[in-house]
Ligand binder design. Structure first.
Ligand code: PEP
Ligand code: MN
Length: 365
């Protein structure tokens, strides 16, 4: 679907877009004291606070509900900060609009469900408000795009997305693994769609927040959303990942902002040279892969003549182990080698199958 997006902030050029505030609104005092500190910092564009909290288990704190919206309104009146909150159904949308929340966001557990996204989209029909769409909890780019399309079809054009990582089976250092290639692919498809990194939900802990925020900026993300709480250890939700306003200010100060491009001719020339080298190597890679497939086809013919099955697991295991080990010596990660060699192996099998089928048809004639 063709989509053209408009900026979510009045200052269309503001980069990075900075969003901060507590995971959850807990009390008027907690909300206002956080907002006052963040307003003092002066670099925050949007104040966030969860009013309705989607929790993994029941009996956890599920948000203060509508009363918290009055506190957000006070934040705006008192500090001038614009506000944003998560909406997951039509009632949330109506309540948030009634209390003049400035920007709405869809959480990861909503984006994952087209019924919920559609309900929110229907409630937004004819309303002019920016909406931010978090990625679905599972690494499914189509589902993410589908949610953006549903919101867009409701007439909303001020849209941004938030990358908050993806749930993952097994142990990792992240709460939600970033899988950076997914938001990067989204950006490739929709270059004018701002991408904001939620480092809090990716990290799930405080000590890696800076690194992930910097990585997002290095990857040319358009902004950051970070959870900030006056007393993080005693937060009612996501205590482990929240930081104080003072720590947050330091985090923003320590970020290195990089330019997307420059006109400096020496830089441009050198970059062009390096890019040319990459193109040459890519051409070589394609030639080599094509040669490899031709050899696979020859093996396929030979196996066919001798009536041998295409897949020989022991041989495949040998190839993979050998390649992963060799790659390691050359500084290529095991994950990368596994992905690349699985793909090469699958393509080889496809070529061999093609040879076998072509032969079989020849025999039938
Ligand atoms: C949140 O932002 O507090 C939240 C619930 O995030 P997510 O939807 O990314 O889990
Ligand atoms: Mn949270």
């Amino acid at each position: 679907m063709e989509m053209t997006f408009q900026p979510i902030l009045d200052d269309a050029k503001k980069r990075p877009i900075v969003i901060a505030g507590p995971c959850s609104a807990e009390s008027e005092e907690q909300v206002l004291s956080t907002a006052r500190e963040l307003a003092k910092d002066g670099r925050v564009d949007l104040f966030r606070a969860g009013i309705w909290k989607p929790r993994t288990r029941p009996n956890s704190f599920e948000g203060v509900g509508t009363i918290g919206l009055k506190w957000l309104k006070k934040v705006k009146e008192e500090t001038g900060l614009k506000t944003t909150t998560e909406v997951a159904n039509k009632d949330h949308v109506f309540e948030a609009l009634k209390h003049q929340v400035d920007v709405l966001w869809l959480g990861a557990r909503t984006t994952v469900n087209p019924f919920s996204v559609q309900e929110v989209a229907d409630a937004l029909e004819g309303v002019d408000i920016p909406v931010i769409v978090k990625n679905p909890i599972n690494p499914d780019l189509k589902l993410w795009i589908g949610a953006i399309e549903r919101i867009y079809k409701a007439g909303i054009t001020r849209i941004a997305v938030i990358h908050r990582g993806f749930s993952h089976h097994g142990q990792t250092k992240y709460r939600n693994v970033p899988r950076w290639e997914i938001p990067i692919e989204l950006k490739r498809e929709f270059p004018d769609l701002p991408i904001i990194c939620d480092n809090s939900h990716i990290c799930g802990r405080r000590d890696t927040l800076q690194k992930v925020a910097q990585k997002a900026l290095d990857l040319n993300f358009d902004g950051l959303m970070t959870e900030v709480h006056p007393d993080p250890d005693n937060a009612w939700s996501d205590a482990k990942q929240q930081i104080t306003p003072a720590t947050y200010s330091q985090l923003i100060t320590d970020l290195i902002l990089r330019k997307e491009s420059t006109d400096d001719p020496v830089f441009v020339n050198h970059l062009e040279h390096l890019r040319h080298e990459i193109d040459e190597i890519d051409d070589e890679l394609i030639n080599i892969l094509s040669q490899r497939m031709k050899i696979s086809e020859a093996i396929g013919e030979y196996k066919k003549e001798n009536n041998i099955a295409i897949l020989q697991s022991a041989r495949w295991g040998e190839i993979l182990n050998r390649s992963v080990a060799k790659g390691k010596v050359k500084g290529l990660s095991e994950d990368f080698m596994n992905v690349i060699w699985m793909a090469i192996h699958q393509e080889s099998i496809n070529h061999q199958v093609k040879i076998m089928n072509a032969k079989a048809k020849g025999v039938e004639k």
